[in-house]
Design a protein around this ligand. Structure first.
Ligand code: SAH
Ligand code: SF4
Length: 353
C-alpha cells in the first residue's frame, strides 16, 4: 500500500485514510492539529492518540521532519535555515527580521518551492545551480512547521503570521503543490495564516498567472520584473524569451481584472541599471496597470558580476517613477550580512564540502 506524507495531507484526506484503516473520524482531526498547528515532529508527541492507533497510522502515513543542517542569525534578527530533505537534497528557508518583528507582531517566513530552479536568472544563486526537483507539499509546509517548532523551544507562543514564496525555485512551476500548501497554511485548525498574508513571487510564467487569477486563492502576487526592456530581460531572466513583456503584462492585466488585486512589481536595482532611461521605460510599461513597484538593491552573488547601487542612485530612480505617477517603495534588505538572498547559503555550504 502506498505510504503518504502526513504533513502534505488535508483534513479531508486524513478522514478518508482513518476510515480506511478503521479509525474514528475524530482521530483525523487530532492528527491534523498535531501536525499542522502544534508542529510536532514525531508520532510520540501526539499525546492523545494511543500507541496502537499511532502504529496503524504510521503504516499508512510517513512523518519525516526536515533536518536542520545549519542556522545563521543575522544582526538584524533574520534567521536563515538550511534544511536537508529525505533524499539528501538541501533547501533554504528564512525567518525574517525575528528580533525586531516581535514588537510589530509580524513573523514572515520565506519558503522554497523547488530544489534549484530551471529558470536560471543571471543574478540568482539558485539559478546558477540548475534544477533538481519540485518540492512536495509536505516539504513546502514542513519548512514553516520546522521553523515554528525550532523557535517555540525558546518562545512557546511563537506563530508565523506571513509567508512569502520567495525562496529557492519558481512557485508557479510547482503550481499544484504550492496551492495545496497555501490551503494548509490557511486552515483554521492549522497555522491559520490569512490568505492576504501570503505572497507568491514569480519570474513571470504568464499562463500560470492567468490560472492563478481564475483559481483566485486571494493571496498576494509579486512579479519579478527587474527591467522594462525585453533585450535586457532576455539576458537577466531567460523565461522572458518564452513569455516576453507584452505577454507578461497582458497576463498581469487579466489578473487584476479578475481579482481586483494590486500586483507588486519587484525591481532589483544594480549599479548599472539604475538609470533615468530604465525608470522611464518602467513607468511607461506600468502605465494604467494597478500595481506597485518595490525596489530591491541587488544582493551581489559571487560569479554574477553585479554590483549594489548606492542609496543616492536608488532615490533618484524612485523619484522618476513617482513623478510619473507610479506607486513605489524601496525594500530595506534583510540579512545581507548572512547572504540571505535566495540560494546563497546552500551554495556557500556546498562549497565547503
Ligand atoms: N522564482 C521566483 C521566486 C523566488 S526568487 C521569482 O523569481 O520571483 C525571489 C526574489 O528574489 C525574486 O524577485 C528574485 O528576482 C530575487 N532575487 C534573486 N536573486 C537576487 C539577488 N542576488 N539580489 C536581489 N534579488 C534577488
Ligand atoms: Fe529561479 Fe526566481 Fe532565482 Fe530566477 S530569481 S533563477 S526564477 S528562483
Amino acid at each position: 500500500m502506498e505510504i503518504i506524507e502526513l504533513r502534505g495531507c488535508s483534513d479531508d484526506e486524513l478522514i478518508v485514510i482513518c476510515q480506511e484503516i478503521g479509525l474514528k473520524r475524530f482521530r483525523a482531526n487530532q492528527l491534523f492539529q498535531w501536525v499542522q498547528q502544534k508542529a510536532v515532529r514525531t508520532w510520540e508527541e501526539m499525546k492523545n492518540i494511543g500507541e496502537r492507533d499511532r502504529q496503524v497510522l504510521s503504516s499508512r502515513l510517513s512523518l519525516y521532519p526536515l533536518e536542520k543542517v545549519r542556522e545563521q542569525r543575522s544582526k538584524d534578527g533574520t534567521r536563515k535555515y538550511l534544511f536537508r530533505l529525505g533524499d539528501g537534497e538541501t533547501i533554504e528557508c528564512v525567518l525574517m527580521d525575528y528580533a525586531r518583528a516581535r514588537s510589530r507582531d509580524r513573523q514572515t517566513v520565506c519558503v522554497s518551492t523547488q530544489v534549484g530552479c530551471a529558470v536560471g536568472c543571471a543574478f540568482c544563486a539558485t539559478g546558477l545551480e540548475g534544477f533538481r526537483r519540485n518540492l512536495s507539499v509536505a516539504e513546502i509546509v514542513g519548512q514553516v512547521l520546522d521553523i515554528t517548532h525550532d523557535v517555540r523551544k525558546e518562545d512557546p507562543e511563537f506563530q508565523v503570521t506571513n509567508i512569502v514564496f520567495m525562496g529557492m525555485g519558481e512557485p508557479l512551476l510547482n503550481y499544484d503543490q504550492v496551492l495545496k500548501a497555501i490551503r494548509l497554511f490557511n486552515h483554521g485548525q492549522g497555522l491559520n495564516i490569512g490568505m492576504r498574508r501570503m505572497t507568491i513571487s514569480t519570474c513571470g510564467v504568464a499562463p500560470k498567472i492567468i490560472q492563478l487569477a481564475s483559481d483566485n486563492p486571494q493571496v498576494g502576487l509579486a512579479v519579478s520584473l527587474h527591467t522594462a526592456q525585453d533585450e535586457v530581460r532576455n539576458q537577466l531572466i531567460p523565461m522572458n524569451r518564452r513569455y516576453p513583456l507584452d505577454q507578461l503584462m497582458a497576463a498581469c492585466r487579466e489578473y487584476t481584472r479578475v481579482t481586483h488585486r494590486r500586483i507588486t512589481f519587484e525591481v532589483a536595482v544594480t549599479a548599472e541599471n539604475a538609470t533615468r532611461e530604465e525608470a522611464e521605460a518602467l513607468a511607461r510599461l506600468l502605465d494604467g496597470q494597478f500595481g506597485h513597484v518595490n525596489l530591491i538593491p541587488v544582493n551581489p552573488v559571487v560569479g554574477t558580476g553585479m554590483e549594489r547601487p548606492n542609496l543616492e542612485q536608488i532615490k533618484k530612480f524612485a523619484q522618476v517613477l513617482e513623478d510619473a505617477g507610479v506607486s513605489v517603495s524601496s525594500r530595506e534588505e534583510r540579512g545581507t550580512d548572512i547572504d540571505a538572498a535566495c540560494g546563497q547559503l546552500r551554495r556557500e555550504w556546498e562549497g565547503e564540502l
